[in-house]
Design a protein around this ligand. Structure first.
Ligand code: MG
Length: 350
């Protein structure tokens, strides 16, 4: 088993190995001192792993309730959040009890935000079951729900008490959802690790999953430890995301999955940066090959006008500058502040 410790304002472990879900009760009992918990999950994940999680927790002496939401982004809503708060009240969940997020990013974000706010904050444990959640959303403590005006606009920083990553759960993912997670995995290689990028460029990531996930999580850990509250370095995790958010909005939320939008966003900005001499010649071609071998798209048809309009309102913007993340070559990145005219010039090269 791999164990990675994150030292944020609270410190916690991320445990990575195939088969951990069935041991979650014992693993949690070593960290959390409480007898009562609520598992939050979605209907798909519940069918696959709900019973195993409940059994393991009950075997370790926990009193367990389960709150099941429909799968999909729609469940990351304030309506669902209010239902969850009410459910916790009905079950007499107190400050010393805890929540478990069993599922992908939607369940993790909803549960984390609920844990950050219910009774002014209770503990929660992440058991991520998608590749995207295992390498990204379950680590780092960003939680949020969507509101009508946009995604993730209401949230909190709330670190989990423990993250249990069972790599066996990835075997039940569709090729589609697996590939989506690879978008974020490749991002880690691009921003921080040439060896990881090279490994991913050879394809067959499934043979070395535990190691790859651990590498991604280690990168995220070091970035989060330096900048837990997202005021500086943490921004590099947003490589490809400024364009990705524009692509997701242009396509209509849900029609292009996040990881695929990130894949296209990374290529498009690298391609434009290369034309400006901000990235080494050939970098975008290397990235394109890596995306392709991992069944990911690299281009999205969008006018420069729309790309500008839909990306300029991004959360990463300060009043008159937009900070873009550029990788001069695989394995390294820079935060580049551009005024709006310079940003428009970059987009015209996409
Ligand atoms: Mg992302």
């Amino acid at each position: 088993m791999k164990k990675i410790t994150v030292n944020a304002n609270t410190s916690y472990d991320i445990l990575i190995e195939g088969g951990l879900l069935k041991q979650c009760g014992r693993l949690i009992s070593e960290t959390v001192k409480s007898a009562k918990c609520v598992i939050v999950t979605d209907d798909n994940v519940d069918k696959l792993y709900g019973d195993a999680a409940v059994k393991s927790l009950e075997d370790s002496g926990f009193t367990v309730s389960k709150f099941v939401v429909p799968h999909g982004e729609e469940s990351k809503s304030h309506n669902q959040l209010i239902s969850l708060y009410n459910f916790l009240c009905e079950r007499d969940i107190t400050r010393t009890d805890f929540l478990i997020a069993l599922g992908g990013g939607v369940v993790g974000d909803l549960t984390g935000f609920c844990a950050a706010t219910y009774l002014r904050g209770i503990d929660y444990v992440q058991i991520p079951t998608t590749l995207l959640a295992q390498v990204d959303s379950s680590v780092g403590g960003k939680t949020a729900v969507n509101i009508d005006r946009g995604k993730n606009l209401v949230g909190a920083f709330k670190q989990p008490a423990l993250v249990i990553t069972d790599t066996d759960t990835l075997s039940t993912l569709s090729e589609e959802i697996y590939a989506e997670g690879m978008g974020e995995v490749i991002k880690y290689g691009m921003i921080r690790s040439l060896p990881l990028f090279e490994k991913l460029s050879r394809g067959n990531s499934k043979e070395d999953l535990e190691e790859i996930i651990a590498e991604c999580v280690s990168i995220k850990r070091s970035v989060v430890q330096n900048d837990e509250f997202d005021t500086g370095e943490r921004m590099i995790l947003n490589f490809g995301h400024t364009f990705a958010h524009a692509i997701e909005r242009a396509a209509g939320y849900g029609s292009v999955p996040h990881g695929k939008a990130v894949a296209m966003g990374m290529y498009m900005i690298t391609h434009a940066a290369e034309k400006q001499g901000k990235a080494k010649k050939g970098t975008s071609e290397q990235l394109k090959k890596c995306l392709e071998i991992n069944s990911l798209p690299f281009e999205f048809k969008i006018s420069h006008e729309d790309l500008y309009r839909l990306s300029v309102g991004d959360k990463k913007r300060t009043s008159d500058k937009i900070r873009v993340i550029i990788c001069p070559e695989p394995g390294s990145c820079e935060i580049v502040p551009l005024d709006l005219r310079e940003y428009r010039e970059l987009i015209d090269l996409v």
